[in-house]
Structures are given as C-alpha cells and as structure tokens.
Design a binder for this molecule. Sequence first.
Ligand SMILES: Nc1ncnc2c1ncn2[C@@H]1O[C@H](COP(=O)(O)OP(=O)(O)OP(=O)(O)O)[C@@H](O)[C@H]1O
Length: 336
Amino acid sequence: MPEPDRAENPVIRATELTKTYGRGAKAVSALKGISFEVPPGTVFAMLGPNGAGKSTTVKILSTLSRPDSGTAEVAGSDVLRQPAAVRRDIGYVSQRPGFDPMATGRENLMLSARLRGIGRRAAARKAAELLAAFGLEDPADRLTKTWSGGMQRKLDVAMGLVHAPRVLFLDEPTTGLDPEARTQLWATVSALTRTSGLTVVLTTHYLDEADQMADDLLIVDRGQVVAQGDPAALKADLGGDTVQVDLVSTDDAGRAGALLERLPGVVHVRRDGLRLRAQARDAAGVLPDALTALQRAEIPLLGAGLSRASLDDVYLRYAGRAYRASADVEGSEVAA
Ligand SMILES: Nc1ncnc2c1ncn2[C@@H]1O[C@H](COP(=O)(O)OP(=O)(O)OP(=O)(O)O)[C@@H](O)[C@H]1O
C-alpha cells in the first residue's frame, strides 16, 4: 500500500477560523482561531470533548456554516467564494441518521446518487459497489428500519460516497455503536483511504477511536487547537511511559508531587484528582524509587503502577486537565 505523500499539497487548509454563536451576554465563542492542514489520502481526526468546536469546524469546511473570520480551502476551492465546487468534491455524514427507514439500503443509495445528478444505470452500479465495499449485500434489499445500528451507520457513510468525493466528513461516526460495529466501521473507512485515495476527516470524543483511526490528529479544546500530529508521535513526545500513584488523601498531593519530581529520570508530574502521573523515560526503573521515596515520607497509597503513554496523557499535557474530567464537565459519555 502506498504511504500518504505528505509532500503533496494539503487537501484542506484552514486558517485562523473564528465563529461566535449569539450576541451579547449569551454569545458563545465556538472557534477562537483554528488553523490546520490535512494531507491527502489520510484519516484526519479532530478529537475533543463535547462543545470543543469540532462540529462547527466541519460545518464550515463543508459549507454548511460561515466563519466570522478566517479562510478555508477544501480540495482546492475556497469555502466562501466557491461553495458549489467544494460541495461537488466532498461528502458529509452528520451525527444524525440520513437514510430513509422506509426504503431499502439499495434504494437509499440509488436515491442519494440520483440526487447528485448521477444517471439511473450508473447509480445502480455505484449502489452495488458500495453495498459490497461496506459488507451490506445481505440486507441490501430489506427495509433499513429492520437493520442493526451498525449496518445503518455504514449505510449513512456509504451514502456520503455515492459521487466519489475527494474528502469525506464524518461527524461523530460511531457514537452509540457497540464495540464490534465500531471496529468494523473503522476497518472499512481505513480501507477506503488506502485503496481510493479518499481523505476522511472525522470528529470524535472517543480517545481510542482517534488513536486507532487517525494518521493525523488535531486535539481541540474550547475552540482552540491544543496539539496536532500523528498519535504515535504525540505520545512519544511526552517523553516515555508513566508511573501512576494513587493517593489516599489530596492533602498529600503537594508533597508527593514534589518528591516524584525530584526523582532521576522523571520528566514531569501531573495531577488528576487523587492520581499523580510521573512521566519518565524509564518508568519501570523509576517505580521502585518512587515507592521508596513515598514510603520514607510516610505518604499512604491506595495503589501504584505503570502505564504506557496514552492519548489521555497527551490531552492532559496539552489541555492541562484530564480528558475524562473535561468531558464529564460538558456532560458527555466517554468510552472506557
Ligand atoms: N447553532 C448554535 N447556536 C448556539 N450555540 C452553538 C450552536 N452550535 C454550537 N454551539 C455552541 O458552540 C460550541 C461548540 O459547539 P460544537 O458543536 O462545534 O462542538 P463539538 O466539539 O462538535 O461538540 P459535540 O461533540 O457536542 O458536537 C458549544 O459551546 C456549543 O454549545
């Protein structure tokens, strides 16, 4: 499989996008100057808790909304000056189901294609091709209201592809799906980018989804980009794995944190409630020293252990708070 050519022109270029909803005391600043580029033929994930500004960004890029300021180009066309050209080259799958439950899968795909101006024969061919690519041939001619949630979601995604777009936007594609259906959808989407050169931009608040799917990741928080890069590089940049220490009392957090910070090999220490996480190049080597130091200082522990660097750690480092906590504040459900 060819690797994405990162030297190629980006297929999306967003520059300093801002957007405020409402006015006066009720104004919500959804985007505060977001800039990024997406290389062609990749899966690009925007990760952030509810309300971070992901959907607003995708709506601007897919011409469904206008920014207050800033510019964006998608597939070589300007979203404000050439919206029709952008719409020709993109597919958009929203958070809500877009299929007709009283029609079959094949009929839904045919209708989407016909609405895009594709002739009847070509539409039938495209429908058959997509049903095969998404593993939906078996239920194809049953009413979609009888399909499982996973099948219905796949159909939504397939409907975004009837006109062979260059870029496909997927807004929270797997919310509400069971783990098996999520894994299947990830595999299908990844295969599409590898075989057809399609670029997929997806928004998600699932850390594991971003980690597994994304060639490139944009972490968004409160309308701003807090980090960008490929997930493996972002984790590697943290400087290694983590020693985790669970305290009995928050009263000890200051003293325990200072002790851990002084240990040789520790890069930095973060606190998340009763848990302290010390990032270290050789976390396994640091763990015994950490336990000894805390025991000498008579700081009681609920537990201690090692964990590999995760996107949770990346988020904590760059957003300055734990992902779960920030997502809970916004009232979201976050995958375990
Ligand atoms: N039409 C609207 N009117 C008023 N406020 C809005 C509107 N759309 C979004 N917002 C607000 O803008 C902010 C960003 O919302 P946005 O939907 O872009 O976030 P998100 O990261 O996609 O979150 P979610 O996962 O919940 O969709 C939020 O505070 C949201 O309440």
